[in-house]
Design a protein around this ligand. Structure first.
Ligand code: ADP
Ligand code: MG
Length: 476
């Protein structure tokens, strides 16, 4: 355990959803072969000019509002100059002087407590191309060059790995709720730089920070922070803290460590200046109001609704709002008339358990709310037992056959009382000897009677009703 206080600031990059790229008409899509979604602008050819994608600006402003930031009066961009093979223009178009949002804040929930997170700024920029490294060769895919990217920079106000991850999860969910991004970390749509420093409990000034570049999963963010706190604490405890210089490191997933990349002295001077190719334009109050009206119910508000209106537990509601696809599934169940609590139970246990197990998204899951309803309906009608319901659920997922096909084809229970009574009567009438033994104290013969009914019905008799009928018969 570290005796120091940790201080964390995040730079979260999130790719936006749009038809075309942020400054060109090339498609913004993942399902293409390399270098297919490329226009001359993306390659930085001389004589080409960028055209701003209005939808991206709108989405960026929407997120600025959700984060309670201050919006600028004018929209314009800056050039961040550096050379790298994934950046054919030799500069990235970004926002430095006048981001779409500054000085924001948002409350997040972490381990049952509300934590305020302060936002330094949020800005719109373009993504770079992606590099694929092979043995001795690297390939460049320009499909990603110019994909709209929102960068969100927090103040150094987070104090643990858990808080950092809770913030990222909240933001991903918000981006999804507002339909500005899929927020799929597996596709690299969310990438983070993590800044970590430590300080004495009562220190007045922040410690020297270390920046960890491009951490691509939330698990990675968590582990990188823990590792870095530990590493810095050891240095500081051993009295070598002065040797810790401000540096950039990278997270190495395989070894679970951070590795030095470059120190502050190697810092690049980006020589920012306003991009002269993109005219400055005024953001009207009317437009901002229009955008504000489009902000939907946000995750925490949605959670409150689920707890208050549907009586879900705080925990279950938190699980559902973690991902927009879960909310969509849940809402569809409700629209189909499934009881809110029943729907929540099935979703948070069976359904999410199964998609995690299969490592697929909920959108790809075979059992849609409609199919789930077949199982729940049969359960309500007592055609099947709850144990059978689960069996049908798993069979249906693996065999990709409608639950009804199992329910109708005899897996169903006999729950009809009249029908069962007839069978019970028949069996009891021919078991006189056992009945008198039972009445003389051999009560474990009860299971024998149940067994006979099960044999007769090939196990399909509803056990609860069967036991009930046998008890009544014996009490006669
Ligand atoms: P730089 O000038 O190196 O870009 P900034 O001050 O702009 O640094 O901050 C970049 C990121 O680092 C922000 O997310 C900020 O919250 C975080 N940060 C700044 N100082 C610290 C610190 N002492 N400890 C942890 N994070 C920090
Ligand atoms: Mg940056």
């Amino acid at each position: 355990m570290s005796k120091y206080k940790a201080v964390i600031g995040l730079e979260m990059h999130c790719e936006l959803k749009s038809n075309s790229k942020v400054f060109s008409s090339a498609k913004n899509s993942y399902n293409q072969i390399p270098n297919e979604n490329v226009r001359p602008v993306d390659m930085g050819f001389p004589g080409t000019l960028p055209v701003v994608n209005k939808k991206c600006v709108k989405d960026a402003l929407k997120m600025s509002m959700v984060l309670n930031c201050k919006q600028p009066k004018y929209m314009y961009f800056d050039r961040k100059n550096y050379y790298y093979p994934d950046l054919p223009k030799g500069y990235q178009i970004t926002q430095m002087e006048s981001p779409v949002g500054i000085n924001g804040h948002i409350d997040i929930e972490c381990n049952g407590k509300m934590v305020p997170v302060y936002i330094h700024d949020i800005h719109l920029e373009e993504d770079a191309a992606s590099l694929d490294h092979y043995f001795g060769t690297s390939c460049i895919d320009y499909n990603r060059a110019g994909v709209p990217l929102l960068e969100l920079v927090t103040e150094p106000c987070l104090s643990s790995a858990d808080e950092a991850v809770a913030f990222l999860e909240t933001m991903r969910s918000i981006y999804q709720f507002c339909d500005v991004s899929e927020g799929d970390t597996k596709k690299g749509q969310i990438r983070c730089d993590v800044n970590v420093s430590i300080m004495e409990e009562d220190a007045k000034e922040l410690g020297t920070k270390v920046e960890i570049k491009n951490v691509n999963s939330f698990g990675g963010v968590h582990d990188a922070i823990l590792y870095e706190i530990e590493r810095q604490s050891k240095l500081k405890s051993s009295g070598n803290y002065d040797e810790v210089v401000q540096e950039t490191r990278r997270w190495d997933e395989e070894s679970g460590t951070t590795i030095h990349m470059r120190s502050k002295v190697d810092a690049i001077d980006y020589k920012y200046f306003v991009d002269p190719n993109i005219p400055k334009y005024k953001i009207s109050e009317e437009w901002l109001e229009e955008i504000r009206k489009e902000i939907p119910l946000l995750p925490l508000e949605c959670k409150e609704k689920y707890v208050k209106e549907y009586g879900l537990s705080d925990y279950d509601a938190s699980v559902i709002i973690k991902d927009k696809s879960y909310v969509d599934y849940y809402e569809e169940c409700l629209e189909l008339g499934i009881n809110p609590k029943t729907a929540s139970n099935w979703l948070t246990t069976q359904v999410l358990g199964e998609i995690n197990h299969e490592e697929i998204s909920l959108k790809e899951f075979y059992i849609t709310p409609k199919l789930l309803k077949q199982i729940i309906d049969a359960l309500l009608k007592k055609t099947i037992s709850s144990k059978q319901a689960k069996e049908i659920f798993y069979k249906s997922c693996t065999e990709k056959k409608e639950p009804n096909s199992y329910i109708n084809s005899g897996m169903a229970q006999i729950s009809d009382e009249e029908e069962l009574q007839k069978i019970v009567n028949e069996i009891m009438e021919r078991s006189e000897a056992q009945i008198s033994q039972y009445k003389n104290g051999k009560t474990n013969l009860f299971d024998y009677f149940v067994g006979q009914v099960m044999k007769e019905t090939r196990g399909k008799a509803n056990p609860v009703i069967t036991k009930d009928l046998i008890t009544k018969y014996l009490e006669k």
